[in-house]
Design a binder for this molecule. Structure first.
Ligand SMILES: *[C@@H]1O[C@H](CO)[C@@H](O)[C@H](O)[C@H]1NC(C)=O
Ligand SMILES: *[C@@H]1O[C@H](CO)[C@@H](O)[C@H](O)[C@H]1NC(C)=O
Length: 371
């Protein structure tokens, strides 16, 4: 499909979403539904009838019966570098923008009734613990978790225009805040960008006074670079401690604190950004080996694994090749890569593709566009 067609498709999808937002809200917003883990969790969290986006795609009680690569488990986790889940589509070759309401959990560890991330899909992961949140940023062969290889992606969070969340009914827990591995707290504020063969996922400590700010969910078109600024590297697996980021969209110029406002989609692509997000300092990074971290995934394969390898650079301007993001562009690299914090100069054709996509879709690797 041409970039133009893709953009039109995405615009159509975006229009449908905003119509639904105006028309129907659940009596209780997802972010206001709180359940103790594991005993308080209902079979489905989103059960209201007659809402425009339809029914919750999966379920929230997940167990050994649901643990397989067809699981529709929508209860997810972020605990540590070796123990987290990402939201990804149910069916292969899906676009994030079309499936954000129905995403299911894909995890690095068995035992929670979810799908598992196929072996070799994760290519670099940085876990960061700060005073107010835990965050995981990484590089992934996204075709192995059902995201179309050339999809620049979008953003999931527990709000959404109609307050049912993306995915609808998705629940999130972590044991990273309690100081006790067996004590899971519900994460009320989180955001997850998926696309461009990269991801970032931030879970804000519900006990922190500014969880909603650190896990801001409105800047869905400017990617990880601005929502989760980081220095994660493709090929590196590490767990660190760090300082807090600035709130997404908040930046300081000449001592003056400014707030970025994301323009509405009908104003077209976001062509320039007035700032570069500050990457907070980090320390105590511990390097890991993926085979050790994710040894439980060794036998997990993706359907059609052989065709899911990233395409070689084409330079044709077609959004072929997954690694579009960072991998396939030409020119000198001016930074690290993609969603991750990455910047890389692109040839004009691919920059155009990214620009077109950015108009309508959230993107993970926004720096590409500015390079
Ligand atoms: C396992 O999960 C499924 C799907 O949510 C549910 O229907 C079933 O009751 C659960 N089984 C047990 C023993 O909890
Ligand atoms: C990460 O590195 C792998 C292996 O070199 C490469 O195939 C992939 O395209 C890279 N991903 C990104 C997003 O740059």
């Amino acid at each position: 499909m041409s970039p133009v067609a893709l953009s039109l498709l995405a615009l159509a999808a975006a229009t449908v979403h905003s119509v639904s937002a105006q028309s129907t809200f659940p009596p209780t917003a997802l972010a206001d539904k709180h359940f103790a883990y594991p005993t308080g969790i209902p079979y489905k969290v989103d059960t209201d009838e007659g809402l425009i986006r339809g029914h919750q795609a999966g379920y929230n009680i997940c167990n050994s019966t649901t643990e397989n690569q067809h699981s529709l488990c929508q209860t997810t986790f972020l605990n540590s570098i070796d123990d987290f889940c990402l939201w990804a589509p149910i069916e292969p070759e899906s676009m994030v923008a079309n499936t954000e309401g129905e995403m299911v959990a894909w995890c690095t560890k068995p035992g929670r009734g979810t799908r598992l991330i196929p072996n070799g899909a994760l290519r670099g992961v940085q876990f960061m613990k700060t005073p107010d949140y835990v965050q995981v940023v990484g590089f992934i062969d996204q075709s192995k978790i059902n995201i179309k290889g050339d999809d620049w992606g979008g953003e999931m969070d527990p709000h959404g225009a109609d307050l049912r969340g993306n995915p609808m009914g998705g629940l999130f827990y972590s044991n990273a805040f309690s100081g006790n591995k067996d004590n899971y707290v519900q994460v009320i504020e989180w955001h997850n960008f998926m696309g461009g063969n990269a991801f970032c996922l931030k879970a804000c400590d519900p006990a922190g006074p500014n969880a909603a700010h650190f896990c801001e969910h409105r800047l869905d078109r400017i990617g990880c670079q601005f929502n989760a600024p980081n220095n994660a590297q493709n090929g590196t697996f590490e767990a660190c401690e760090g300082d807090n980021q600035d709130y997404p969209g908040v930046y300081t110029v000449d001592g003056q604190v400014m707030t970025y406002t994301q323009p509405p989609e009908d104003q077209g692509a976001i062509a320039t950004m007035p700032y570069t997000a500050r990457i907070p300092s980090s320390s105590n990074c511990v390097a890991h080996t993926s085979e050790v971290l994710y040894k439980a995934l060794a036998a997990v394969t993706a359907p059609g694994d052989s065709s899911s390898a990233p395409a070689a650079p084409t330079g044709t301007g077609k959004p072929s090749g997954s690694s579009g993001g960072a991998g396939t562009t030409k020119g000198s690299s001016t930074g690290t890569a993609g969603a991750a914090g990455a910047s890389q100069t692109g040839n004009d054709a691919e920059t155009l593709v990214v620009g077109g996509m950015m108009g309508a879709l959230g993107v993970v690797f926004s720096m590409l566009f500015f390079a």
